[in-house]
Design a binder for this molecule. Structure first.
Ligand code: MSP
Length: 522
C-alpha cells in the first residue's frame, strides 16, 4: 500500500482558533480523505506550537503559568478540529516530553556536527514573528510588515545555525526542481529571492529574555528558540531519533505534502530544508503554501475585533454538521491565493452549489423514480448518456488533487451536477412519462442517479455527512467514504428498489429556505 504523509503547520496557542487556522486544517483534511479514497495508507499530523515569548507574555498578562495557558488553548484547538471533523491521526504538542527530548537530541547533533555555533549578536527582534528581522525587511515606519510593530533591538550571545552553508545547495535544488516541490509554483521566485539575502539564524535565546522554551542541552543559560523546536515536530511526531529512528518514521517520512500558510513559507522552504540537510534526512516532497483568509475583505485582527471562529459560523446558521462550512472554506480561493469569508457569500454559495445544484437534482430525480416507477431501477434502464461526463470528472479531480487544486476539483464536481441538471431539463423526463415513453424516461433517471453516486463519492472528502446522506438516499449500503476511486465504474449503480416517497428528504436545507423555517438565521 502506498503511504501518504501529510502535515499542517502547528498553531500558536496564545489564543483560540479562528477561521484562518480552520481553513488550513480543512484543506489538509480534504486532501487526506481524498488520498484514502485513492487507496493510500494516509498519516495526517497536526499540532500546537506551545513555546516562545508570545505565549510566555500572554500567560503572564493573564496571571497563569504558560503550561496552564497551553493546556487550556490546546484543548480549544482540539475541540475545534473535532467540530470540523478533521480526521487527523495525531495532534502533536511541542510541550510533550517525547518531542522535547528529541529536539534536544537534534540540537546536540547539529552542535556536534558544527552546524550550530555560539556567537554574540545584536539584532532587531520581532516577538510577533519570533524572529530577528533584517532592517531592509521593515516597512517605511521601521515596523515589521506583518505585525506593524517596531522590533526590539536585542543584544545576546546565542547559538546560531549555519544557514549560509546550505544556501547554494537549496538554490540549486529549487532551480533544478522539476517536481515543483514549492506549491503553487508562482511562489518559487519569492523563495529564491529570499535566499539571496539569508544569513545564519539565531536558534536559541537567553533564559533572561525567554524562559518558556526547551533548554539547550548542556547550557542552562539558553533555551532553544522556536523554529528548530517547532519545525522538528514533523519528524519528532513520527518518532525520529538521531540514532535510532522508529519504524513509523521509516515508513512515513518524507512527507508527501506539508501544508502551511504563505507567511511561513520562508521558514519551511529555507530553514526547514537546511535543518533536514544538516541532519542528513530526506526532504519533503511538497510544500503547499496556501493564501490567507480575510473577513469581509479585511485582515482578521484582535484590535479590529473581527476575528471569527468556525463555531460562531456554525452556531449562527445552526448547522447540524460542518459540511457547508468545510465546503465554503476550502473553495474560498484557488490554491495559494487569498480567500474571503462573509456571511452573505457563505449562504449564497452553499445554497447554490449544495442545496440547489446537487440537493435538488437528487430530490427531483428520486421523486420521479417513485412517481413513474414505484422507486425501482431495472437492468434495462442502464444507459450511458452521462457516462463520459462522470468518468471525465473523476479523472479530472484526481489530476487536480495531485496538484493540490482542491477548490478547482470541487468546481469540477459542481460542473458535473450542472451538466446533469441541464440533461434533465433538456430531456424532460416528466414529458417523456406523459407521452408514455417509459423506457426513455427510465434511462434519463438512471443516468442522473448513477451520476449522483459519482458525485456522492467525489464530494465525500469535502462534505462527509451530506455525501453519506446522498448515499443512503440512493439506497446504497455502508460508508461512502470507504469507497475506493479505483473501483468506481459507470453502470454499477445498485438496481432494484431505490426509493420510497417517505424516505426522500433534502440532503441539505437551504440556509434561508422555508423548509428550514425560523430555525435558520439569515
Ligand atoms: N506556530 C507557527 C507555525 C509553526 S509550523 C512548524 C505559526 N502559528 S500560527 O498559529 O500563527 O499559524 C498557524 C497556521 O495558520 C499558519 O500556517 C498560518 O499561515 C495559518 N493562518 C493563520 N492565520 C491565517 C489566516 N487568516 N488565513 C489563513 N491561514 C492563516 O505560524
Amino acid at each position: 500500500m502506498k503511504k501518504y504523509y501529510l502535515t499542517t503547520a502547528i498553531d500558536y496557542v496564545n489564543g483560540a482558533p479562528h477561521i484562518g487556522h480552520a481553513y488550513e486544517k480543512i484543506l489538509t483534511d480534504v486532501i487526506a480523505r481524498h488520498r484514502k479514497q485513492r487507496g493510500e495508507d494516509v498519516y495526517f499530523l497536526t499540532g500546537t506550537d506551545e513555546h516562545g515569548i508570545k505565549i510566555q507574555k500572554t500567560a503572564a498578562e493573564r496571571g497563569i503559568t504558560p503550561q496552564q495557558m497551553c493546556d487550556e488553548n490546546a484543548a480549544k484547538f482540539e475541540q475545534n478540529w473535532k467540530e470540523l471533523e478533521i480526521d487527523y491521526n495525531q495532534l502533536i504538542r511541542t510541550t510533550s516530553l517525547e518531542h522535547t527530548q528529541i529536539v534536544q537530541k537534534i540540537f546536540k547533533k547539529l552542535l556536534e556536527n558544527g552546524d550550530i555555533y555560539k556567537h554574540s549578536y545584536t539584532g532587531l527582534y520581532c516577538a510577533g514573528c519570533e524572529s530577528f528581522l533584517n532592517p531592509r525587511d521593515l516597512d517605511e515606519n521601521g515596523c515589521c510588515p506583518d505585525h506593524k510593530k517596531k522590533p526590539e533591538e536585542v543584544t545576546e550571545e546565542n547559538y546560531f545555525f549555519k544557514l549560509t552553508k546550505y544556501k547554494d545547495k537549496i538554490i540549486e535544488i529549487i532551480k533544478n526542481d522539476e517536481t515543483n516541490f514549492i506549491r503553487p509554483d508562482f511562489r518559487r521566485a519569492e523563495v529564491l529571492n529570499q535566499l539571496e539575502n539569508i544569513e545564519d539564524i539565531s536558534v536559541s535565546r537567553s533564559v533572561d529574555s525567554v524562559s518558556w522554551g526547551i533548554p539547550v542541552p548542556g547550557d542552562e543559560s539558553q533555551v532553544i528558540y522556536v523554529w528548530i523546536d517547532a519545525l522538528s515536530n514533523y519528524i519528532t511526531a513520527l518518532g525520529y531519533d538521531t540514532e535510532n529512528p522508529s519504524e513509523n518514521f521509516k515508513k512515513y517520512w518524507p512527507a508527501d505534502v506539508q501544508v502551511i500558510g504563505k507567511d511561513i513559507l520562508k521558514f519551511h522552504s529555507i530553514y526547514w530544508i537546511a535543518i533536514l540537510m544538516a541532519l542528513g534526512v530526506e526532504l519533503p516532497k511538497n510544500l503547499l503554501a496556501h493564501g490567507w483568509i480575510t473577513i469581509d475583505e479585511t485582515k482578521m485582527s484582535k484590535s479590529l475585533g473581527n476575528v471569527i471562529s468556525s463555531k460562531s459560523v456554525m452556531d449562527e446558521f445552526e448547522l447540524e454538521h460542518p459540511d457547508a462550512f468545510r465546503y465554503f472554506m476550502v473553495t474560498a480561493a484557488p490554491i495559494g491565493k487569498d480567500g474571503n469569508y462573509s456571511d452573505d457569500d457563505f449562504k449564497e454559495k452553499v445554497n447554490a452549489h449544495i442545496a440547489n445544484n446537487i440537493g435538488n437534482l437528487l430530490n427531483r430525480t428520486l421523486n420521479m423514480l417513485v412517481k413513474y416507477f414505484d422507486g425501482n431501477l431495472e437492468q434495462d434502464f442502464i444507459s450511458n448518456d452521462l457516462k463520459s461526463a462522470a468518468t471525465d470528472t473523476l479523472d479530472d479531480i484526481k489530476t487536480k488533487f495531485d496538484k493540490f487544486e482542491v477548490a478547482e476539483a470541487a468546481q469540477s464536481i459542481v460542473n458535473l451536477a450542472d451538466t446533469a441538471n441541464k440533461y434533465v431539463n433538456d430531456t424532460a423526463p416528466w414529458s417523456l412519462a406523459k407521452e408514455g415513453k417509459m423506457q426513455e424516461c427510465a434511462k434519463v433517471l438512471y443516468n442522473v442517479l448513477e451520476t449522483m453516486r459519482y458525485i456522492a463519492i467525489m464530494l465525500s472528502p469535502y462534505c462527509p455527512n451530506i455525501s453519506q446522506k446522498i448515499w443512503e438516499q440512493l439506497s446504497l449500503e455502508g460508508n461512502v467514504a470507504d469507497f475506493k476511486l479505483d473501483e468506481l465504474n459507470w453502470g454499477e449503480m445498485k438496481l432494484g428498489k431505490i426509493a420510497e416517497k417517505s424516505t426522500i428528504s433534502p440532503v441539505f436545507l437551504r440556509l434561508d429556505s422555508e423548509i428550514a423555517g425560523d430555525k435558520k438565521k439569515c
